[in-house]
Design a protein around this ligand. Structure first.
Ligand code: C2E
Ligand code: CA
Ligand code: CA
Length: 640
């Protein structure tokens, strides 16, 4: 056998092995259910068949002049090669379309039109035994390319150009990994094609395609980084990427967000954190309703389903089905657990206009006042509000729309001024005045709370530096801190640096913190408090009695003042039970040698009550609401 034949056989066999490897592992991992997977598998099968037919032709060729059987085999091999190979580039074009998220079902006509060159090519090849337009054998059984082959190359080129065009068009819809995979693919395919075109004996075309497809498998078909291995459904990263793809390629779809609203019950019922087990269970159930590749879990207990090209009716039907299932309890381990869920259905792009909108829907808690199980478009206005508040916050930091208000605190016994709490306000030109209860939780979620608190601290430092607070005998000014910040390593240094910059006495600043963190972070929390107290700062525990704070933390963290939440005061007025809670709280805190401030004092009656209990300080509308700095200075002047 001549060397060229041997070389061809080796090239084709190697290409076949590469494709076979891709096919084997795709099937082993059962990545065959998505349209994208199906196209990928078909391409591999086509290339394998191509390799086989080329091997047959190459084996038969040396003997074809002498043996009619060999001549027939060579002929048949080449013929099937062409018949199959014509389809490779259109099929891959189709693959790129699907990966880029194009809506194929909705634009059938257009894509049928795309198939025309392929069909013409197939016809040309099919008729070749008669016409000999594509290739022919001379009397010595020597193979010759003919003019129609150039047309076939041009046809394949057309599909590649269309695919490249599609790629450019959907560039923003693809994540960097997919971009690189597809560019690499095209480079190898085009490279292989060109080399074979000029050096026909090198036979690089199939090899190029095989290698390119292997690259596609590694980077696009294998979705390890997109799948939650435990649940077998897509993760948050996949949700962002796919939403981006859909939005960029103008797909209309419905997003269904299933949120389990009582996950805390699992811990209570099972004694351990089995949220994962529960998520797995719910994921399994959802997979009975929709294919797994439409289901995502953005966080434990929250699931998102994408319903591509579906209408509201279908979305509501699905939401109802899911809610009905949640009326039954779930078996987790040995426990039977009743779960509560809310399902939101929002249309893309009408309501959900960006990836972050989708993530908000998944992340933000369902407002308590919406006591429905199924929330559809009109119920989801709060999501829009949230997006608006978010932009008001980020805009507000640059445009200086934030303002620090002050609310004075008083000695209960003498009604003398004691200090003040700095409370942030946001004046937005579009939304009007915003209150911290609304924007602080959002600022915490989008990571802007540090900047807000840093702004407040600087304002307070500036105020203290002006000498006014000291002149009017104020003890200190209270600054609220988000506990989230405490966990940052450079926190203490940053605070100290700010205060040093203004050159003020650290004693004048009292930080308020609400203990909302888990016991495991206790060590960090107490270390930070100790470090700041060493510098002279004071500390208050805020919102005592709201469920987060506990006696143990008062004892272990060195607070100067404990602020009893207004809800405790107000319920003490209403009944015996509340009264007992207030009394005993005050007594316990006093025994721990901490000062006590009661918030929310609105009436003389309430003031009298806490005076009788021996509370040290009071804060509330009875004295003053939070007011601007200018108004506060006026108030100070009057107090003197
Ligand atoms: P907080 O720290 O518990 O602040 C006290 C809240 O109770 C203030 O609400 C205040 O206006 C209100 N309040 C005071 N006295 C009375 C009263 O007699 N009756 C009634 N009904 N309310 C009273 P505000 O200013 O809306 O702040 C809400 C929360 O936002 C604050 O609760 C605090 O947790 C947070 N916050 C405010 N400013 C900041 C800040 O600069 N940084 C951080 N991280 N959080 C802040
Ligand atoms: Ca506070
Ligand atoms: Ca408070």
């Amino acid at each position: 056998m001549p060397f060229t034949s041997q070389f061809k056989i080796v090239m084709y066999a190697a290409s076949m092995l590469i494709c076979g490897t891709g096919l084997l592992f795709t099937l082993l991992n059962r990545r065959t259910d998505k349209t994208q997977n199906k196209i990928y598998v078909s391409t591999l099968i086509m290339l394998i068949l191509n390799c086989i037919s080329e091997i047959v032709a190459a084996v038969a060729q040396p003997y074809s002049t002498t043996s009619p059987a060999a001549a027939f085999l060579e002929n048949a091999g080449n013929y099937t090669y062409f018949l199959i190979h014509i389809m490779v580039s259109p099929v891959f074009f189709f693959y790129v379309l699907v990966v880029c998220g194009a809506n194929i079902k909705g634009k059938k006509k257009r894509y049928i039109l795309c198939a025309v060159p392929c069909i013409l090519g197939e016809l040309t090849v099919a008729l070749n035994p008669v016409t000999k337009w594509v290739y022919y054998y001379d009397n010595n059984m020597l193979y010759h390319r003919n003019w129609a082959l150039m047309l076939l190359y041009a046809g394949a080129g057309l599909y590649i150009v269309m695919a490249v065009f599609m790629l450019m068009f959907s560039w923003r819809a693809l994540n960097p990994k997919r971009r690189i995979a597809l560019i690499y693919f095209f480079a190898l395919v085009i490279g292989g094609l060109c080399v074979q075109f000029y050096f026909f004996d090198l036979r690089t075309e199939l090899m190029g395609e095989a290698l390119a497809l292997l690259g596609v498998m590694i980077s696009i078909e294998i979705e390890d980084d997109r799948i939650d291995a435990d649940m077998g459904i897509y993760n948050r990263r996949a949700l962002s990427a796919d939403m981006n793809t859909y939005l960029v390629s103008d797909r209309s779809l419905y997003l269904l967000c299933v949120k389990i609203t009582n996950t805390e019950i699992i811990k209570r019922a099972t004694g351990s954190d089995s949220t994962d087990a529960l998520s797995r269970l719910v994921a399994e159930y959802l997979r009975t309703l929709v294919p797994r590749y439409y289901i995502y879990s953005s966080s434990p207990g929250t699931f998102i389903i994408t319903l591509l090209d579906e209408n509201e009716q279908k979305a509501v039907w699905l939401a109802n089905t899911i809610i009905t299932r949640f009326e039954e309890p779930w078996d987790i381990g040995d426990n039977v657990i009743p779960l509560k869920a809310t399902v939101m259905a929002a249309s893309v792009p009408d309501r959900i206009k960006s990836v972050s909108d989708a993530l908000y829907m998944a992340d933000s808690p369902v407002p308590k006042k919406l006591e429905k199980n199924i929330l559809t478009d009109s119920d989801l206005d709060y999501l829009l509000r949230r997006a608006a508040v978010e932009s008001a916050i980020s805009k507000g930091l640059d445009a200086e729309n934030f303002e620090v208000f002050y609310q004075p605190t008083y000695h209960v016994g003498t009604r003398r001024l004691h200090g003040a709490e700095a409370l942030i306000r946001l004046h937005d030109p579009d939304l009007g005045n915003l209150f911290p209860d609304e924007f602080i939780p959002i600022a915490e979620q989008i990571g802007l709370i540090d900047e807000i608190d840093a702004y407040v601290l600087r304002q307070v430092c500036e105020f203290i530096k002006s000498g006014i607070p000291a002149r009017y005998g104020m003890d200190c000014i209270n600054v609220n801190l988000s506990v989230l910040e405490f966990m940052q390593p450079a926190f203490v240094d940053r605070i100290v640096a700010t205060v040093t910059e203004f050159g003020i006495d650290t004693k004048m600043i009292n930080f308020e913190i609400t203990e909302t963190i888990a016991a495991s972070d206790y060590i960090t929390l107490s270390r930070v408090v100790r470090a700041l107290k060493k510098q002279g700062f004071r500390f208050s525990m805020d919102d005592y009695g709201t469920g987060y704070s506990n006696m143990q933390s008062i004892f272990r963290l060195d607070f100067d003042i404990v602020k009893i939440d207004k809800s405790i005061l107000w319920s003490a007025e209403k009944g015996q039970m509340g009264r007992i809670i207030l009394d005993s709280s005050v007594r316990m805190i006093r025994q721990m040698k901490r000062k006590i401030l009661v918030e929310g004092v609105e009436t003389e009656q309430q003031l009298k009550m806490i005076r009788n209990l021996g509370v040290d300080f009071a804060q509330g509308y009875l004295f003053s609401r939070p007011i601007s700095k200018t108004d506060f200075i006026t108030l100070l002047e009057k107090e003197l």
